[in-house]
Design a protein around this ligand. Structure first.
Ligand SMILES: Nc1nc2c([nH]c(=O)n2[C@@H]2O[C@H](COP(=O)(O)OP(=O)(O)OP(=O)(O)O)[C@@H](O)[C@H]2O)c(=O)[nH]1
Ligand SMILES: [Mg+2]
Length: 135
């Protein structure tokens, strides 16, 4: 199987980042915290996929500031390539349309949340890539 291409948005607002909690549905990574996003559809650009996912999952619009280097992770079920985008919130108040809940957290608080193993590659160095002190 070819790797699954996944776009994720690290939405920054007033020194906090937006995280969402996956449903406790017994599926892959149930109950984990993550950054909103999802699988890129055929024929879609990464940025189009990001806008679609953030609209579908949270009803927000974002503007992209920068990208982090893509990272690859082998899950038992599939290989996933994560494409993280650092974004500003440009319109809308987030609503948890596809998750149990969402939170705005500081980088200091992030280690208190359980993220998928694929995020470990860049999560610790996230501060180096954010626009302002997010602590
Ligand atoms: N959204 C998101 N996905 C992540 C993160 N980290 C990570 O490993 N993934 C992987 O990316 C995969 C696809 O993302 P997703 O489950 O959000 O996909 P989706 O929105 O298209 O949902 P669907 O598969 O229910 O239609 C996840 O199953 C998981 O393996 C993350 O921080 N955010
Ligand atoms: Mg998703």
């Amino acid at each position: 199987m070819p790797p699954v291409q996944v776009v994720i948005g690290i939405v920054v607002e007033r020194g906090r980042v937006l995280i969402t909690r996956r449903h406790d549905d017994g599926r892959h990574l149930a109950g984990f915290w993550e950054f909103p996003g999802g699988k890129v559809e055929p024929g879609e650009s990464l940025e189009d996929a990001l806008r679609r996912e953030l609209a579908e999952e949270l009803d927000i619009k974002v503007s992209v500031r920068s990208t982090l280097q893509a990272s690859t992770h082998d899950y038992p079920s599939a290989t996933v390539v994560l494409h993280p985008f650092i974004c500003d919130l440009s319109a809308g108040d987030p609503k948890p349309l596809a998750s149990q809940e969402f939170r705005w957290v500081t980088l200091t608080e992030l280690p208190d949340y359980q993220f998928p193993p694929a995020n470990a590659a860049w999560l610790k160095s996230l501060a180096d890539h954010l626009p302002q002190a997010t602590t």
